[in-house]
Design a protein around this ligand. Structure first.
Ligand SMILES: O=C(CO)[C@H](O)[C@H](O)COP(=O)(O)O
Length: 262
């Protein structure tokens, strides 16, 4: 079964497997969205079903909620949980300060709210997500549909004076229609190539009327667990500056390795 996994899936899987070691009995856990987070939900489900781990999950999207329920994790809303011990989520990019770009999967708003409501955020990623400077991945900005073209023009105007290499922006599409988030909003992807000052960028973008949130996660992430295709895992901790290395074994399991296309 594991022979069917690509190196990138193996990297995502081992990062996820290591990250669920952070989950303790009785915790309320934010469950991220995306292909790496889906591995984490499956790994957590295994611990719930086979080891009797008692956790409550707060999902960041409908697809994560469905997956979590299907693997046996009890799911509640953030308002029911109120505060979380830990959130584990993927990212599109992370830098040396563990600042992130998120939202490639369109769930940035719920992801940011859930991560911010957590004592600890652990990001899981394959090594290709590590960058020196954020911005090669287009920065998603969630805007309300009303007047979105005006918001887009204002964003371009405001970020034009910041430390970036380009400021092309594009409305995210789903076929021939705008992509619509779970909150009914649109996403504008900013092709900046390089974000010299992510903190300033995040603040400036959120000043534009119509902007709901942007995909820059500044000072939110505590640890990044980086997976490699050969099973190696590095856990980088921003609070104590440590990098811990470990090796994760692939354990064949029909439950874990199904739905690879999630
Ligand atoms: O921010 C996200 C979804 O909004 C994802 O975490 C991000 O896009 C990474 O996804 P993947 O693990 O599939 O590469």
């Amino acid at each position: 079964m594991t022979g069917e996994l690509s190196p990138i899936d193996k990297a995502k899987f081992v990062a996820a497997k290591r990250a669920v070691e952070f989950v303790e009995d009785g915790m309320r856990v934010g469950l991220g969205t995306g292909s790496t987070a889906a591995w984490m939900v499956r790994c957590l489900g295994e611990l719930v079903r086979h080891d009797g781990l008692n956790v409550i999950g707060v999902p960041t999207s409908t697809r994560t909620a469905e997956l979590a329920r299907s693997v046996g994790i009890k799911v509640v809303s953030l308002d029911e949980a109120k505060w979380l011990d830990l959130t584990i989520d993927g990212a599109d990019e992370f830098d040396g300060d563990l600042n992130l770009i998120k939202g490639g999967g369109g769930a940035l708003l719920q992801e940011k709210i859930v991560a911010t409501a957590s004592d600890q955020m652990v990001v899981i990623a394959d090594a290709a997500k590590a960058v020196e400077t954020l911005g090669a991945f287009p920065l998603p900005v969630e805007v309300i549909p009303f007047g979105w073209q005006t918001s887009k023009a204002l964003i371009e105007e405001m970020i034009g004076s910041l430390d970036v290499m380009g400021y092309l922006s594009a409305l995210r599409m789903n076929g021939d229609r705008p992509y619509v988030t779970e909150e009914g909003n649109y996403i504008i992807d900013l092709h900046l190539k390089r974000i010299g000052n992510p903190r300033q960028m995040a603040m400036v973008i959120n000043q534009v009327p119509g902007v709901v949130e942007n995909g820059l996660f500044i000072d939110i992430c505590d640890q990044v667990v980086v997976g490699y295709g050969d099973g190696r895992v590095e856990t980088r901790d921003i609070n104590n500056g440590t990098v811990e290395e470990s090796q994760i074994e692939f354990v064949e399991s029909d439950n874990l390795f199904r739905d690879l296309n999630d």
